[in-house]
Write a new protein. Structure first.
Length: 199
């Protein structure tokens, strides 16, 4: 059994990767979250792209624990804002992780704009203790709503209407529906063969 660190304290992300590995019949991998690993300093996420930030996190995890490490960086890109919030998605309003403030600011910035095309983007990285590196990107196309809808998910989910969700917001999908369609799910599926090669 090969242990792989998932550089997140979010159990939802760990379950999502577990589900992808099950779907693809990849056995022999035990996922370990940051909650179960020895503590180490969080790397500064100062990359200018999702890929750079994902690699920063995966390198730090592999170096600190000696385990192969999977990390992701993701966010919402809005065409009318030249791809922003992008890598700044979690701290768009100035406070890291304040979903309500981030959503309120984005809605205010987009209030008079009719061009609503947007996409969730995720880049997942795998770094091994030997220094091997792989990245994979997933995109989930859709548009920005004018008001929040739905109670599921987190972040910008209530403001995002995916193109493949029958008119529902991302926050109106079940966890299973979201995982089957989402940007992170697509990136993880693309990365999975590299995880399988560790076994």
């Amino acid at each position: 059994m090969v242990k792989v660190l998932v550089a997140s304290r979010n159990q939802g992300k760990v379950r999502e990767l577990e589900q992808v590995l099950r779907e693809l019949n990849i056995d022999g991998v035990e996922l370990v979250s940051l909650n179960e690993a020895p503590a180490y300093p969080d790397p500064v996420e100062d990359g200018l792209s999702f890929a750079e930030n994902a690699l920063l996190k995966a390198r730090a995890g592999a170096k600190a624990t000696g385990l192969a490490c999977v990390a992701d960086d993701s966010g919402l890109t809005v065409e009318a804002l030249n791809g922003m919030p992008g890598v700044l998605s979690a701290r768009w309003s100035g406070t890291h992780g304040n979903d309500q403030a981030n959503n309120d600011l984005l809605l205010a910035q987009m209030a008079d704009i009719n061009e609503r095309a947007a996409a969730f983007v995720s880049c997942c990285a795998l770094v091994t203790p030997a220094g091997e590196e792989h990245t994979a990107e997933g995109r989930w196309e859709g548009e920005l709503l004018r008001e929040p809808r739905g109670k599921n998910g987190f972040g910008y989910d209530p403001l995002f209407q995916p193109a493949d969700a029958d008119g529902r917001s991302s926050a109106e999908l079940t966890a299973e529906e979201k995982n089957a369609r989402s940007h992170r799910g697509k990136a993880l599926r693309a990365l999975a063969p590299h995880i399988a090669a560790l076994v």
